[in-house]
Write a protein that binds this ligand. Sequence first.
Ligand code: ATP
Ligand code: MG
Ligand code: MG
Ligand code: MG
Length: 365
Amino acid sequence: MKKNVGVVFGGRSVEHEVSIITGLQIMENIDKDKYDVVPIYINKEGKWLTGNGLFDFENFKHNNFEDTEEIMISPTHNDFNLYAIPNKAGIFRKKIVGKVDIIFPAIHGTNGEDGTIQGLFELMNVPYVGSNVLASSVGMDKILMKDVFKSNNLPIVDYTWFYRSKWIENREEILEEIENKLKYPLFIKPANLGSSVGISKAIDRNSLINGVEIAIRYDRKIIVEKAIENPREINCAVIGYDENLKTSLCEEPLGWQEFLSYEDKYVNSNAKYGGEERRRIPADIEDEIRAEIETIAKKSFKAIDGRGNARIDFLLDQKNKIYVNEINTMPGSIAYYLWEGKGISFKQLINEMIDIALKVYDEKE
Ligand code: ATP
Ligand code: MG
Ligand code: MG
Ligand code: MG
Protein backbone atom coordinates (compact mmCIF):
# COMPACT_ATOMS: atom_id res chain seq x y z
CA MET A 1 0.00 0.00 0.00
CA LYS A 2 1.21 3.49 -0.78
CA LYS A 3 2.27 5.61 2.15
CA ASN A 4 1.35 9.25 2.54
CA VAL A 5 4.38 11.45 2.96
CA GLY A 6 3.79 14.89 4.43
CA VAL A 7 6.41 17.20 2.97
CA VAL A 8 6.68 20.18 5.31
CA PHE A 9 8.34 23.29 3.93
CA GLY A 10 8.52 27.07 4.23
CA GLY A 11 8.65 27.87 7.91
CA ARG A 12 9.28 30.90 10.04
CA SER A 13 12.94 31.35 9.26
CA VAL A 14 15.09 33.64 7.15
CA GLU A 15 15.68 30.61 4.94
CA HIS A 16 11.96 30.44 4.06
CA GLU A 17 12.46 30.88 0.30
CA VAL A 18 15.25 28.31 0.12
CA SER A 19 13.01 25.85 1.90
CA ILE A 20 10.22 26.35 -0.65
CA ILE A 21 12.63 25.26 -3.36
CA THR A 22 13.81 22.23 -1.37
CA GLY A 23 10.20 21.25 -0.63
CA LEU A 24 9.10 21.55 -4.26
CA GLN A 25 12.12 19.57 -5.46
CA ILE A 26 11.35 16.75 -3.02
CA MET A 27 7.68 16.66 -4.07
CA GLU A 28 8.71 16.60 -7.73
CA ASN A 29 11.27 13.82 -7.35
CA ILE A 30 9.63 11.55 -4.79
CA ASP A 31 8.92 7.97 -5.91
CA LYS A 32 5.27 8.25 -7.00
CA ASP A 33 4.92 4.44 -7.17
CA LYS A 34 5.60 4.18 -3.45
CA TYR A 35 4.39 7.44 -2.01
CA ASP A 36 1.58 9.96 -2.22
CA VAL A 37 2.55 13.47 -1.24
CA VAL A 38 0.62 15.61 1.21
CA PRO A 39 2.10 19.09 0.82
CA ILE A 40 2.29 21.08 4.05
CA TYR A 41 3.41 24.68 3.75
CA ILE A 42 4.18 26.83 6.79
CA ASN A 43 3.85 30.44 5.71
CA LYS A 44 5.84 33.32 7.11
CA GLU A 45 3.23 34.02 9.77
CA GLY A 46 3.51 30.41 10.92
CA LYS A 47 0.16 29.22 9.51
CA TRP A 48 0.06 25.67 8.22
CA LEU A 49 -1.56 25.15 4.81
CA THR A 50 -2.25 22.12 2.64
CA GLY A 51 -3.78 21.65 -0.81
CA ASN A 52 -3.03 21.27 -4.49
CA GLY A 53 -2.04 24.90 -4.86
CA LEU A 54 1.22 24.04 -3.13
CA PHE A 55 2.73 21.98 -5.95
CA ASP A 56 3.34 24.93 -8.24
CA PHE A 57 6.29 27.33 -7.88
CA GLU A 58 4.32 30.03 -9.74
CA ASN A 59 1.81 30.21 -6.89
CA PHE A 60 4.58 31.06 -4.45
CA LYS A 61 5.98 33.70 -6.76
CA HIS A 62 2.58 35.37 -6.98
CA ASN A 63 1.50 34.74 -3.41
CA ASN A 64 -1.49 32.84 -4.69
CA PHE A 65 -2.83 30.40 -2.12
CA GLU A 66 -6.38 30.00 -3.42
CA ASP A 67 -6.25 26.25 -3.79
CA THR A 68 -5.15 25.63 -0.20
CA GLU A 69 -6.75 25.19 3.21
CA GLU A 70 -5.43 26.17 6.57
CA ILE A 71 -4.92 23.16 8.77
CA MET A 72 -4.49 22.29 12.37
CA ILE A 73 -2.97 19.24 13.92
CA SER A 74 -4.68 17.47 16.73
CA PRO A 75 -2.14 16.53 19.38
CA THR A 76 -4.64 14.11 20.93
CA HIS A 77 -4.40 11.69 18.04
CA ASN A 78 -1.68 9.18 17.58
CA ASP A 79 -2.37 9.34 13.88
CA PHE A 80 -0.98 12.42 12.26
CA ASN A 81 -4.23 13.70 10.79
CA LEU A 82 -4.59 17.11 9.26
CA TYR A 83 -7.80 18.96 9.93
CA ALA A 84 -9.05 22.00 8.11
CA ILE A 85 -9.65 24.95 10.36
CA PRO A 86 -13.35 25.83 10.13
CA ASN A 87 -13.79 29.23 8.56
CA LYS A 88 -17.33 29.93 9.74
CA ALA A 89 -17.12 31.85 12.99
CA GLY A 90 -18.55 30.07 15.97
CA ILE A 91 -19.14 26.72 14.30
CA PHE A 92 -16.59 24.09 15.16
CA ARG A 93 -16.62 21.76 12.21
CA LYS A 94 -13.62 19.49 11.90
CA LYS A 95 -12.83 18.21 8.45
CA ILE A 96 -10.00 15.79 7.85
CA VAL A 97 -8.05 16.91 4.80
CA GLY A 98 -5.19 14.49 4.93
CA LYS A 99 -3.61 11.57 6.71
CA VAL A 100 0.13 11.39 6.97
CA ASP A 101 2.18 8.23 7.60
CA ILE A 102 5.55 9.87 7.63
CA ILE A 103 6.80 13.45 7.67
CA PHE A 104 9.57 14.80 5.48
CA PRO A 105 10.65 18.13 6.98
CA ALA A 106 12.27 20.24 4.26
CA ILE A 107 12.80 23.32 6.37
CA HIS A 108 16.15 25.01 6.85
CA GLY A 109 17.18 26.96 9.90
CA THR A 110 15.07 28.18 12.80
CA ASN A 111 11.99 26.11 13.69
CA GLY A 112 12.81 23.45 11.13
CA GLU A 113 16.42 22.38 11.28
CA ASP A 114 16.93 23.10 14.96
CA GLY A 115 14.98 20.34 16.67
CA THR A 116 11.80 22.28 17.40
CA ILE A 117 9.61 20.76 14.70
CA GLN A 118 11.29 17.40 15.31
CA GLY A 119 10.06 17.65 18.91
CA LEU A 120 6.52 18.14 17.65
CA PHE A 121 6.78 15.00 15.52
CA GLU A 122 8.17 13.02 18.46
CA LEU A 123 5.16 14.09 20.54
CA MET A 124 2.81 13.19 17.69
CA ASN A 125 4.51 9.80 17.46
CA VAL A 126 4.88 10.07 13.70
CA PRO A 127 8.04 8.90 11.89
CA TYR A 128 10.01 11.78 10.38
CA VAL A 129 12.97 12.07 8.06
CA GLY A 130 16.33 13.39 9.19
CA SER A 131 18.09 14.14 12.43
CA ASN A 132 16.33 13.90 15.78
CA VAL A 133 15.82 16.69 18.30
CA LEU A 134 19.28 16.54 19.84
CA ALA A 135 21.33 16.26 16.64
CA SER A 136 19.27 18.99 15.00
CA SER A 137 19.69 21.47 17.83
CA VAL A 138 23.39 20.78 18.35
CA GLY A 139 23.95 20.98 14.59
CA MET A 140 22.12 24.29 14.43
CA ASP A 141 24.03 26.05 17.17
CA LYS A 142 27.48 26.81 15.77
CA ILE A 143 28.91 27.22 19.29
CA LEU A 144 27.66 23.92 20.70
CA MET A 145 28.49 22.23 17.40
CA LYS A 146 32.08 23.43 17.57
CA ASP A 147 32.32 22.45 21.25
CA VAL A 148 31.24 18.93 20.33
CA PHE A 149 33.59 18.77 17.33
CA LYS A 150 36.42 19.97 19.52
CA SER A 151 35.83 17.34 22.17
CA ASN A 152 35.92 14.74 19.39
CA ASN A 153 39.30 16.05 18.26
CA LEU A 154 37.97 17.18 14.90
CA PRO A 155 39.96 19.96 13.21
CA ILE A 156 38.21 23.32 13.66
CA VAL A 157 39.29 26.95 13.54
CA ASP A 158 39.82 28.81 16.84
CA TYR A 159 36.70 30.57 18.05
CA THR A 160 35.14 32.45 20.90
CA TRP A 161 31.58 33.53 21.64
CA PHE A 162 29.46 35.88 23.70
CA TYR A 163 25.90 36.92 24.46
CA ARG A 164 24.24 39.89 22.76
CA SER A 165 23.13 41.12 26.17
CA LYS A 166 26.72 41.34 27.32
CA TRP A 167 27.73 43.15 24.12
CA ILE A 168 25.09 45.77 24.78
CA GLU A 169 26.27 46.13 28.38
CA ASN A 170 30.02 46.09 27.90
CA ARG A 171 31.32 45.91 24.38
CA GLU A 172 34.83 47.07 25.34
CA GLU A 173 35.37 44.00 27.48
CA ILE A 174 34.20 41.69 24.70
CA LEU A 175 36.35 43.42 22.10
CA GLU A 176 39.37 43.01 24.32
CA GLU A 177 38.62 39.34 24.95
CA ILE A 178 38.27 38.68 21.23
CA GLU A 179 41.44 40.52 20.31
CA ASN A 180 43.40 38.80 23.06
CA LYS A 181 42.31 35.40 21.87
CA LEU A 182 42.16 35.70 18.08
CA LYS A 183 44.07 37.53 15.37
CA TYR A 184 42.38 39.33 12.48
CA PRO A 185 40.91 38.57 9.99
CA LEU A 186 37.86 37.17 11.75
CA PHE A 187 34.44 35.82 10.88
CA ILE A 188 31.41 36.96 12.87
CA LYS A 189 28.30 34.80 12.79
CA PRO A 190 24.96 34.57 14.55
CA ALA A 191 25.14 31.21 16.38
CA ASN A 192 21.90 29.77 15.07
CA LEU A 193 21.46 30.53 11.41
CA GLY A 194 22.32 29.32 7.94
CA SER A 195 22.61 30.41 4.32
CA SER A 196 25.28 32.97 5.31
CA VAL A 197 22.63 35.30 6.73
CA GLY A 198 24.09 37.79 9.23
CA ILE A 199 27.70 36.71 8.59
CA SER A 200 30.56 39.14 7.99
CA LYS A 201 34.32 39.22 7.81
CA ALA A 202 36.35 41.66 9.89
CA ILE A 203 39.87 42.89 9.23
CA ASP A 204 40.12 45.34 12.13
CA ARG A 205 38.29 46.60 15.20
CA ASN A 206 35.96 48.83 13.21
CA SER A 207 34.76 46.09 10.90
CA LEU A 208 34.50 43.77 13.90
CA ILE A 209 32.11 46.19 15.61
CA ASN A 210 30.10 46.54 12.41
CA GLY A 211 29.96 42.78 11.97
CA VAL A 212 28.75 42.21 15.52
CA GLU A 213 26.09 44.90 15.10
CA ILE A 214 24.77 42.97 12.09
CA ALA A 215 24.95 39.55 13.75
CA ILE A 216 23.08 40.65 16.91
CA ARG A 217 20.05 41.49 14.78
CA TYR A 218 19.62 37.77 14.23
CA ASP A 219 20.65 36.01 17.40
CA ARG A 220 21.32 36.37 21.10
CA LYS A 221 24.53 34.36 20.79
CA ILE A 222 27.41 35.39 18.54
CA ILE A 223 30.41 33.33 17.48
CA VAL A 224 33.68 34.87 16.28
CA GLU A 225 36.12 32.66 14.41
CA LYS A 226 39.60 32.95 13.05
CA ALA A 227 39.26 33.39 9.28
CA ILE A 228 41.08 31.04 6.96
CA GLU A 229 42.66 33.26 4.32
CA ASN A 230 41.84 32.51 0.69
CA PRO A 231 40.35 29.15 1.60
CA ARG A 232 39.00 26.54 -0.75
CA GLU A 233 35.58 25.32 0.25
CA ILE A 234 34.76 21.65 -0.01
CA ASN A 235 31.41 20.13 0.98
CA CYS A 236 30.61 16.48 1.47
CA ALA A 237 27.34 14.81 2.48
CA VAL A 238 26.82 11.81 4.73
CA ILE A 239 23.78 9.53 4.76
CA GLY A 240 22.81 6.93 7.33
CA TYR A 241 22.38 6.46 11.07
CA ASP A 242 24.43 5.06 13.95
CA GLU A 243 27.54 3.41 12.48
CA ASN A 244 25.98 2.79 9.06
CA LEU A 245 27.26 5.81 7.21
CA LYS A 246 28.33 6.53 3.67
CA THR A 247 29.71 9.64 2.03
CA SER A 248 28.75 11.44 -1.17
CA LEU A 249 31.03 13.02 -3.74
CA CYS A 250 32.76 16.22 -2.65
CA GLU A 251 31.84 19.53 -4.25
CA GLU A 252 33.72 22.77 -4.53
CA PRO A 253 31.44 25.81 -4.77
CA LEU A 254 32.90 28.31 -7.24
CA GLY A 255 32.55 31.90 -8.26
CA TRP A 256 32.22 33.54 -4.83
CA GLN A 257 34.24 36.48 -3.63
CA GLU A 258 34.93 37.37 0.02
CA PHE A 259 32.82 34.45 1.19
CA LEU A 260 29.88 32.45 -0.05
CA SER A 261 26.90 34.73 0.33
CA TYR A 262 23.20 33.98 0.36
CA GLU A 263 23.02 35.19 -3.25
CA ASP A 264 25.91 32.98 -4.35
CA LYS A 265 24.27 29.97 -2.79
CA TYR A 266 20.72 30.31 -3.99
CA VAL A 267 19.93 33.16 -6.34
CA ASN A 268 22.99 32.73 -8.54
CA SER A 269 23.39 29.00 -8.39
CA ASN A 270 20.00 27.40 -8.83
CA ALA A 271 19.61 26.86 -12.56
CA LYS A 272 15.96 25.97 -12.48
CA TYR A 273 14.96 28.92 -10.36
CA GLY A 274 16.77 31.59 -12.31
CA GLY A 275 20.50 31.17 -11.68
CA GLU A 276 23.36 29.10 -13.02
CA GLU A 277 25.10 26.10 -11.49
CA ARG A 278 28.40 27.15 -9.97
CA ARG A 279 30.01 24.21 -8.33
CA ARG A 280 32.61 21.67 -9.34
CA ILE A 281 31.57 18.06 -8.70
CA PRO A 282 33.60 16.11 -7.94
CA ALA A 283 35.91 18.67 -6.37
CA ASP A 284 39.37 18.75 -7.89
CA ILE A 285 41.32 17.52 -4.85
CA GLU A 286 43.90 14.81 -4.30
CA ASP A 287 42.65 11.37 -3.31
CA GLU A 288 44.41 11.63 0.02
CA ILE A 289 42.61 14.85 0.94
CA ARG A 290 39.30 13.51 -0.28
CA ALA A 291 39.72 10.39 1.85
CA GLU A 292 40.52 12.49 4.91
CA ILE A 293 37.51 14.74 4.27
CA GLU A 294 35.26 11.68 4.00
CA THR A 295 36.57 10.33 7.29
CA ILE A 296 36.10 13.65 9.09
CA ALA A 297 32.64 14.04 7.52
CA LYS A 298 31.52 10.72 9.01
CA LYS A 299 33.08 11.54 12.38
CA SER A 300 31.35 14.92 12.45
CA PHE A 301 28.02 13.34 11.63
CA LYS A 302 28.50 10.77 14.37
CA ALA A 303 29.73 13.38 16.86
CA ILE A 304 26.33 15.05 16.87
CA ASP A 305 24.49 11.70 16.51
CA GLY A 306 23.17 12.69 13.08
CA ARG A 307 20.58 10.78 11.11
CA GLY A 308 19.39 10.92 7.53
CA ASN A 309 21.36 13.05 5.13
CA ALA A 310 23.54 15.95 6.23
CA ARG A 311 26.05 18.14 4.42
CA ILE A 312 29.36 18.83 6.13
CA ASP A 313 31.22 21.95 5.01
CA PHE A 314 34.99 22.15 5.03
CA LEU A 315 37.60 24.84 4.54
CA LEU A 316 41.05 24.09 3.11
CA ASP A 317 43.80 26.57 3.86
CA GLN A 318 46.65 27.42 1.50
CA LYS A 319 48.64 24.45 2.80
CA ASN A 320 45.69 22.10 2.25
CA LYS A 321 45.06 21.75 5.95
CA ILE A 322 41.48 20.63 6.44
CA TYR A 323 39.05 22.35 8.82
CA VAL A 324 35.49 21.24 9.37
CA ASN A 325 33.40 24.40 9.29
CA GLU A 326 29.91 23.13 10.04
CA ILE A 327 27.27 20.48 9.61
CA ASN A 328 23.89 21.17 8.01
CA THR A 329 21.36 18.57 9.12
CA MET A 330 18.85 19.65 6.47
CA PRO A 331 20.95 20.89 3.56
CA GLY A 332 19.52 22.95 0.71
CA SER A 333 18.00 20.71 -2.02
CA ILE A 334 18.92 17.84 0.36
CA ALA A 335 22.29 18.04 -1.46
CA TYR A 336 20.95 15.64 -4.12
CA TYR A 337 23.63 16.85 -6.57
CA LEU A 338 26.33 15.33 -4.37
CA TRP A 339 24.72 11.90 -4.55
CA GLU A 340 23.96 11.70 -8.27
CA GLY A 341 27.62 11.13 -9.14
CA LYS A 342 27.64 8.22 -6.69
CA GLY A 343 24.86 6.59 -8.67
CA ILE A 344 22.12 7.62 -6.25
CA SER A 345 19.38 9.53 -8.06
CA PHE A 346 17.28 12.22 -6.37
CA LYS A 347 14.45 9.69 -6.21
CA GLN A 348 16.65 7.02 -4.62
CA LEU A 349 18.02 9.53 -2.15
CA ILE A 350 14.51 10.41 -0.98
CA ASN A 351 13.70 6.70 -0.74
CA GLU A 352 16.80 6.06 1.35
CA MET A 353 16.05 8.96 3.67
CA ILE A 354 12.49 7.70 4.19
CA ASP A 355 13.70 4.12 4.72
CA ILE A 356 16.11 5.27 7.44
CA ALA A 357 13.33 7.20 9.18
CA LEU A 358 10.98 4.20 9.11
CA LYS A 359 13.68 1.82 10.30
CA VAL A 360 14.67 4.02 13.22
CA TYR A 361 11.00 4.50 14.12
CA ASP A 362 10.35 0.73 14.07
CA GLU A 363 13.41 0.06 16.21
CA LYS A 364 12.14 2.55 18.77
CA GLU A 365 8.87 0.66 19.27
P1 ATP B 1 25.18 27.31 5.17
O1 ATP B 1 24.41 26.64 6.22
O2 ATP B 1 24.33 27.85 4.07
O3 ATP B 1 26.32 26.51 4.61
P2 ATP B 1 26.04 29.19 7.24
O4 ATP B 1 25.20 30.41 7.35
O5 ATP B 1 25.79 28.11 8.21
O6 ATP B 1 25.92 28.62 5.78
P3 ATP B 1 28.96 29.11 7.30
O7 ATP B 1 28.96 27.93 6.41
O8 ATP B 1 29.49 28.91 8.66
O9 ATP B 1 27.51 29.74 7.37
O10 ATP B 1 29.75 30.33 6.62
C1 ATP B 1 29.33 30.88 5.41
C2 ATP B 1 30.51 31.08 4.49
O11 ATP B 1 31.46 31.99 5.08
C3 ATP B 1 31.30 29.82 4.24
O12 ATP B 1 30.73 29.07 3.19
C4 ATP B 1 32.68 30.40 3.90
O13 ATP B 1 32.68 30.92 2.58
C5 ATP B 1 32.79 31.57 4.82
N1 ATP B 1 33.46 31.25 6.10
C6 ATP B 1 32.83 30.90 7.24
N2 ATP B 1 33.70 30.72 8.26
C7 ATP B 1 34.93 30.95 7.75
C8 ATP B 1 36.27 30.95 8.30
N3 ATP B 1 36.49 30.67 9.59
N4 ATP B 1 37.28 31.25 7.47
C9 ATP B 1 37.08 31.55 6.17
N5 ATP B 1 35.86 31.58 5.60
C10 ATP B 1 34.78 31.29 6.37
MG1 MG C 1 25.11 26.20 7.94
MG1 MG D 1 22.13 25.75 6.87
MG1 MG E 1 28.10 26.49 5.44
